[in-house]
Every structure is written in C-alpha cells, then in structure tokens.
Write a protein that binds this ligand. Sequence first.
Ligand code: HEM
Length: 516
Amino acid sequence: IAPLVGKLSKLGPPGELAAALLTRVAGAGAARGGPEIPQAVGSINAVVGQAFFVPLYDLFLTYGGIFRLNFGPKSFLIVSDPAIAKHILRENSKAYSKGILAEILEFVMGTGLIPADGEIWRVRRRAIVPALHQKYVTAMIGLFGEASDRFCEKLDKAAVDGEDVEMESLFSRFTLDVIGKAVFNYDFDSLSYDNGIVEAVYVTLREAEMRSTSPIPTWEIPIWKDISPRQKKVNEALKLINSTLDELIAICKRLVEQEDLQFHEEYMNEQDPSILHFLLASGDDVSSKQLRDDLMTMLIAGHETSAAVLTWTFYLLSKYPKVMAKLQDEVDSVLGDGLPTIEDVKKLKYTTRVINESLRLYPQPPVLIRRSLEDDMLGGYPIGRGEDIFISVWNLHHCPKHWDDAEVFNPERWPLDGPNPNEINQNFSYLPFGGGPRKCVGDMFATFETVVATAMLVKRFDFQMAPGAPPVDMTTGATIHTTEGLKMTVTRRTRAPVIPNLEMKIISDSQEPTLS
Ligand code: HEM
C-alpha cells in the first residue's frame, strides 16, 4: 500500500487523504494490515426474485468460505466455512450479537430469548432452559401423539372425500396447536377452526417475515406507520395476542398460587405441564413484559420451524418412494394402535434419520445472523466492529466437498447405530439447531415432535404429489416456505391382509410374504 500512497501524493492528494482514500478502496482488511476478504461482484438483480440464500450458494462456490457482498451502502459477510462458523458461534461467541435480526424482530419478540443479547439473554436463558427438562419433553410425546391423531382424522376425511390437501398450511396449524399447549397451555385448535387469535398469530408472523425480506423499512416511516392499513392490522393483532398472553399468565399465576408447590429440578404440573407453568412455579422474578416476550419468542421459534421441517420432509418422501417404503416398514413394526410412547420414539431410528437428513437439505432457518461487537479475525482475515454476518447453514449443508452426493436425500448417510448427528460430532458442518451458547433450546422437543408426526401420518396414509399440483419452489421468510403450497393426494393405507398359514406356504414358493 505504501508505494501507492506515494504515487497518489505525487498526483495531488496530500499523504493523509491518499491513505484514507486507499483505505476505503482497499477495505477493512488492508486497514488492519491483513489480507482483504474476497468481494463478490454481481448484480442485485441476480438475487431478487428467488429465495435469497440460493444465489449465495453459487457465490460460495466462486468466492469460498467467507466473502463480502455489497448492496449499495450496505455490506454483509457471508460465511460458509465450518471452522469460521464454529469460531463465531462457539469459540468467540461473546464478540457477536444478533444484530439486524434483533432490530427486525423487536416489534414482536421485544427482548425475548432469540433477539436478546448480553445480560438480558444470559438471565433469560438460565431461567428458560431448565423448563425443557427430560421429564417435560417426555410428557410432550403424549401431546404430539394426540395432535397427530387429530391431524390424521382431518386427513382421513379428505381421503374419504377424495379431496387433495395443501399440506404446508396443515403442518403450520398442527405445530401451532402443539406449541400453544406446550408453551402456555393454550388450545389454539387451529386444525379445526379459524378464530381471531389464530388469525392474529398469522398476521404477526407474516409481518415478521415481510420485514426480514423487505429492502425498504416502510414500517419505520413516521406517518405511514400510523395510517397504513397493514400496520394497523399488525398493531391490532399484537394487541390481541398480548392481551391473550396476559390472561394466560394471570390464570397460570392463580393455579400456581393454589398449588401445594414443591419445586424441584424436574418439576412438572401434570394438569398443566407448560413452560409458563414451570417458569411461574420456579419463582422466576421477571416483568410481565419480559415474560410475554419470551412466550411469544418460543411460540414463533417452535411453530414455523417444525412446520417447515414437516413440509419439506413430506415433499422429499414423495420424491423418494424407496425411503418412504423403508420408513413405513419401520413405523409398522414399531408403532401399535395406541399413541407412541418414549420407548417407541427411541426405536424409530430410521424415522429420526429421515428428519436429520431433511434438516440437512432444508435447514430452518437457512442462515444465521450475527453482528460483530469488536474487531476479530475470521479465517485469517481481520474484520472490524459492526460487520453484519450471515452464516449460511444452507451452504454448509450442501457443500459438495463435504457431503457425498450432497443434493441427494439419503437418510442412510447417517448409520442407525451411530450417534444422532449434531454440530459437535459433525464439527460444525451440520448445524440444524445452531451451536454454541445460543443453540436452540427446543432441539429435543422439535426432533420428537417431527418424528412422532411423521411416523403417525405415514402409518395411516400414503402421500403423493397431487395431479396438477403447482411446482414446489422455495421462498424465504424466517424459514423456507414453498411458493405455492404442497398439494398432495392422501390415501388410506391398505395394510397387507393377514394371510392364513396354508396360503402363506403357497405364496412363499414364489415370493416373500409380507406380514404387517
Ligand atoms: C434457537 C432451529 C424448534 C426455541 C434456534 C437456532 C436454530 C433453531 C438454528 C439458533 C439460532 C441462532 O443461533 O441464531 C430450530 C429448528 C426447530 C426449532 C430447526 C424445529 C425443527 C424450536 C422449539 C423451540 C425453540 C420447538 C421452543 C420450544 C428456540 C429458542 C432459541 C432457538 C428460544 C434461541 C436460543 C438462544 O438464543 O439462546 N432454533 N428450532 N426452537 N430456538 Fe429453535
């Protein structure tokens, strides 16, 4: 850089100005005396009109595990390298905050656990994690089974009536019903009805997704935000949700007061095992606003993610009939006629691998967002404070160097007798639930929920893409959605009849008898 400064000085600008100009041109790396992060060049048009993480994959193949992307005055670092992801998420996690994510979600999650940083996050994480203890998650298996059973009834009706079903919206309703009961003992019953509160939750969710993908923050424009019909609707929805949450908190407080309470590590109220009940019983000393923020955060975190996992799992199963056949084989041999128990779930090993692999191909969310709070080194490049960073889990999970046949849905890549794959045993090449101190608190919950639902559904029904169904393309909000839904034909499974012994002998001459 010194010779260039010299040349520029000779041409006119004084030394200091020349150095400043060059620092700008050369960027933060050179300013800190290190190499410069590769800068992706391209047009913004390449990114518009498709799920934004898709073009980031091609850029990753061109520019590598860390590169800079500029949008006008805004600049982002895109990380797709497992060692750098590990550094940010685990080794030096204190040097990073949630950045833009916290700003976008503030209107709905306030200082709930996902956007919170610093001391608030530390205190709230310590209060909430114990609520999801083993006994609670085991108890939730009953809830997952009951909700899946209601789901099956709904599908049964569609199967009998010969009507195709849009599975994505049903999965969304299923997981809303589950998370409402699990977090604050509220029965949305959205699989059966559309009521005001269900509508309010969806208005709020769509708004959060719109804000995370919109290039212009219209909701911040002073007058607009008061007169826009959309914003009015959002404010009304939030008001309804908040008052419902306040009511639920008040009811739960009364229950706790009436209880002969003996609080301990695995405390759980059998009638109301919800996370809210645990928090109040634990004497969690927190403002009602913070409690509401945390409940709302868990509602959103545990709703759309699980729904997206189920949506893409069923899409993949429709594309890979051999996987579906093997899955149904396992489910038939493990599940009886009653609801699944924890022992059953532990035996559903292949079903679990199907979910693990679905989460590899369609990670929810596809990127993790961070902002640097201080100078740091990433992959040998110096970075400054205030860098906005996207860790592309999508790129990590699709990296052709790391995965054999990366684009193939192959649950067999995870041996059944091996450990469940996670960020630790995959050394940050696989991050379905994040990693480090901010790892998902609901990972076990979500795995059991999606395993139970998948198992119960495929036990009762066959699923195929409906004839004439729209193509299944991706679009993003916080999670990966389909652009036009997942329209499927659902048919009751006819289990192979139990064949009397005599006939079995005759059949077995020519083929293996299959008994269900
Ligand atoms: C955080 C994924 C279900 C509650 C996260 C993170 C990921 C994730 C990747 C890390 C975000 C980051 O580092 O920026 C998922 C997936 C789910 C799921 C794929 C379903 C399949 C749930 C459920 C709950 C939940 C059911 C609640 C019961 C949370 C919370 C955090 C979180 C509170 C923030 C933790 C913190 O910052 O300390 N989740 N999640 N998630 N998740 Fe989940």
